[in-house]
Design a protein around this ligand. Sequence first.
Ligand SMILES: [Zn+2]
Length: 280
Amino acid sequence: MPPILRSLIAFLALASLAASGAAERLCPGQDVAPMADGRMLGHLPYAEAPTGTLVSAPAGFAIGAPCYVHRDMAPDLNRLLLAAKGTPGVGMALRAVSCFRSVEHQRLVFCSQIGPRKRCANAAERARSVGPPGYSEHATGYAIDFGARPLVGGCGDVNACFAQTPAGRWLIAHAPEYGFELSFPQGNAQGVTWEPWHWRWVGISALEAGADKARALFARARASFPAYPRTPDASPLLAPLPFAIPTPAPTPVINGVPILPPKPKPAPPPSPKPDSPSVD
Ligand SMILES: [Zn+2]
């Protein structure tokens, strides 16, 4: 069966399940009914991109597992990385923590941290920071979790402190110029954690090649839960952020040596292990 047909069938099955209000098994022991509007624990449903629509991101961009993105996003991603490269302290640091994720990969990521001695007690808690399988923008191939290497001041991947790093600040100031918008702004009505690392591509204008498809996919998200910062045709680029980015405490320096905070304790290895270092 052609991959596009398989994706369509899977999506229609999910949609009909959502419409019926029947509980979905997200993980073993985690059966959750979709909300009346079809969302799952606040997240909108997204079908998995057919494999043929995905391409490899530029070499050296991925931190862990290979990064695949939707082919329509690739030209803007290349432009963004090129522009970042010209910015001291940003270009070589800006990397990808996570890109396209299949629905089944998303299930591994989502379920791996639910249960006793895990980060979350249940699916509802986990959904605050990770989309349930079938409800993640990462399945579309249009979303990227950015990160920085080397880590700055002990700020780990997919952490709010990313907004204060040079790479994070640069993205907030410039990513919309390359067609990217921040899907989950601070205080978003979806109830999802502020994710300054997670950007989805919608093109700088509806006229850009492929942007119409991406915008159609994210139409409901954009209308009901607007991104911020967002693309220039959706809002002036120079509009002030609707929230303050907290200023990091100055790094103490002793005898000319900066004293960085201890690195956070690594989380216990997930079971089963997802193939990317950390994700949202
Ligand atoms: Zn993400």
